[in-house]
Design a protein around this ligand. Structure first.
Ligand code: DLL
Length: 433
């Protein structure tokens, strides 16, 4: 099912035309009203008149999270504050949050994008949505809420946490669509098992999971445990929130709502665009945003894009699942390691639960990494030999993927704390020193 056939399936030529026109309009607006962009464009010697097609985007300056922080809170606003009707913020690991402001039209466009997502997953007004993303400054809860209401579904505004109540309402209200982080979905699935609740007694069909990277192995695990179809939803607060991208039923990539948010993939070192299929940093330009439009915002998310038409009929570009963030990439003794690579190995082995932690430190000037992994109940044993053999097997698998030896610690079932929002799995003490 397609929510907005004319936008989601328009020909590539038409789409590029529309993108070019919208780019010119947004550049005119930011040049006029946002001193930050006027200055940056003047420095590069670019004027709005230089933007005549979407290809001219390469002439424009990039924007980074630091730029948002330096202009905290409303320095990048393009409209008078009285036009701003909603403010969200994302808490970074350090310092002040990144703030975003939305006008009425921005909220309307964002809701439209979410309606496209939910419809692509197969949800309709017959569905009952349980929104278990956090409500508040985080965009997950309210973003998904309005999108689900817009397609006419019934919405349970649960927010995250209070898992017992989540499961009670899930059973009593007949939740059919669950929206939360993939790690929280796993937590709920484990809790259902502990409480011996039969999945057949639930009405769950669709999972809408995002806000953190998750692997195909993780998808399989959740789908089996909850007996649902699990779909990816991608987004970031600086651009809108959830709904920047979504999977369709073909599940061969995450479609990007590129009539609103124009995507580019650039080489993070040279900042030059890379061809389709090549991995790089995802960059977005707002084409329609009024409140706080950003030019070429560097997400730090690493992925690749294809512009080929999808089997579902949509022409919107598709990206691969996010490999990780460039700032999540660990460099261990010179070797690049993404937590998602470790997750794939762990989840590819039936002996381990999808719960792990990665500890990194520097001892005597040498990087050290240790991975703690939870063993599944049925494989956990008091016999030292069995556990040693298991450890060796995992060590060898990780070594073959990463090319470096990584010490492993096997831990008891249910001993790693569960997450209700974005899971924190990497603890890099080197950054604290
Ligand atoms: O996480 C918005 C969101 C809410 C997306 C609910 C999906 C569902 P931020 O807190 O600003 O916004 O974090 C954005 O989270 O740059 C990615 O690194 C990561 N991320 C979001 N969705 C995905 C996903 C929300 N589907 C940052 N896969 C982004 C991988 C994701 N990473």
């Amino acid at each position: 099912m397609i929510w907005n056939q004319s936008c989601e399936c328009m020909s590539r030529e038409e789409l590029r035309e529309l993108q070019g026109k919208r780019l010119r309009e947004v550049v005119e607006r930011v040049y006029e009203n946002t001193p930050f962009y006027r200055k940056k464009m003047d420095e590069l010697g670019v004027k709005p008149e230089d933007i005549n097609s979407i290809d001219d985007i390469e002439k424009l300056p990039f924007t980074t999270k630091t730029d948002l922080r330096d202009n905290y809170p409303f320095g990048l606003c393009n409209v008078n504050m009285k036009e701003i009707v909603r403010i969200h913020a994302s808490s970074g690991t350090t310092g002040k949050p990144t703030v975003v402001g939305y006008t009425k039209k921005d909220l309307h466009d964002w809701t439209e994008c979410l309606s496209r997502c939910f419809t692509a997953y197969g949800a309709t007004k017959e569905d009952i949505f349980q929104i278990s993303y956090g409500y508040g400054l985080f965009t997950g809860g309210l973003g998904a809420h309005y999108g689900a209401e817009n397609i006419g579904a019934s919405v349970i505004p649960m927010s995250s946490g209070n898992t017992d109540k989540q499961l009670l309402l899930m059973q009593d209200f007949g939740t059919s669509v669950l929206c939360c982080t993939p790690s929280y979905a796993l937590f709920m699935a484990d809790k259902l098992n502990q409480m011996q609740i039969d999945k057949k007694s639930l009405n769950l069909k669709i999972g809408v999971f995002g806000a953190e990277p998750w692997t195909e192995e993780m998808r399989k695990e959740i789908e089996e445990k909850l007996e649902i179809k699990a779909y990816d939803i991608y987004g970031l607060s600086e651009i809108a929130g959830p709904g920047v991208g979504f999977e369709c039923q073909s599940q061969c990539g995450t479609h990007l709502n590129e009539d609103h948010y124009y995507p580019e993939i650039v080489d993070p070192a040279t900042l030059k665009q890379v061809p389709d299929g090549e991995c790089g940093e995802l960059v977005f330009t707002h084409l329609t945003k009024e409140g706080m439009p950003l030019l070429r915002y560097r997400t730090k998310d690493l992925t690749s894009i294809t512009h080929e038409k999808c089997d579902c009929g949509r022409t919107l570009a598709r990206m691969e699942k996010i490999l990780g963030r460039s700032d999540d990439m660990l460099i261990i003794r010179g070797v690049n390691v993404f937590p998602s690579q470790i997750e794939s190995v762990i989840l590819g082995m039936e002996e381990f639960a999808p719960h792990y932690k990665i500890f990194v430190d520097r001892v005597n000037n040498l990087d050290q990494m240790e991975v703690w992994v939870e063993v599944r109940e049925e494989y956990f044993s008091d016999e030292l030999e069995k556990m040693l053999a298991l450890k060796k097997k995992l060590s060898a698998a990780i070594h073959s993927v990463l090319g470096i030896a990584v010490p492993i610690k096997l831990v008891e079932p249910m001993s790693i704390e569960r997450s209700e929002g974005k899971a924190k799995r990497v603890f890099d003490k080197r950054k604290l020193k």
